[in-house]
Design a protein around this ligand. Sequence first.
Ligand SMILES: C[S@@+](CC[C@H](N)C(=O)[O-])C[C@H]1O[C@@H](n2cnc3c(N)ncnc32)[C@H](O)[C@@H]1O
Length: 204
Amino acid sequence: MQQAWNRTHAEQPLVQQPQAEVVHFAEYLCTCLPHGALVLDAGCGRGRNARHLCKLGFAVCACDLSPSAIAIAQQQTASAHFQVADLTHLPYPDNYFAASVCSRVLPYHTKSDLVRSLGELWRVLQPDGKLYLDLLDCTDAEYGKGTEIESHTFLDEGQVPIHFCTRAEIEDMLKGFRIEYEARLVQGSNRVVWEFWLSKGTLP
Ligand SMILES: C[S@@+](CC[C@H](N)C(=O)[O-])C[C@H]1O[C@@H](n2cnc3c(N)ncnc32)[C@H](O)[C@@H]1O
């Protein structure tokens, strides 16, 4: 997995602009968190969103599975603290971050790793901490491409798992969070993405 993501980051052009949905979420964070609040970019890639969060005055930690991505991200944004880490085992204490962004990362998991990573994101958030995340819907046009390794999870050409969610599955996975905002976005002709703004609640 790490090698596949290293290859992707080496081959694809560097995108400098933050993701539009994250910009929108970051505006919301500015209305509810103090200047300098600690924010995590989980699965930061080459750091476009971490850089934006720094510019807004947040203290930013960011992590990614890919050492190549982390090296580039740290070069681009000296003010954030980057480290190589797997979302399924985050190297941060409980109740640490006021907010976290996890954009375009969770779909690239098997179901069990997805549940583990969500548990880790929940663990490291402060009570009432805010979380942005997105998931792919089962009606996405890429659904069914590649080898199915478990229900709704397919291996892509680079052997990266992609998990597509049903609505019932999402409700079950997000039980420990309060949903503040959600949107089902149809992007271009093929992507169907669920976007969520969450607050850390209590685990059932
Ligand atoms: C499509 S890129 C998105 C990067 C970034 N969030 C962005 O929006 O620019 C997906 C990223 O997730 C990272 N990733 C995938 N699985 C991960 C995991 N289990 N732990 C940490 N990072 C992971 C990959 O290395 C890759 O950089």
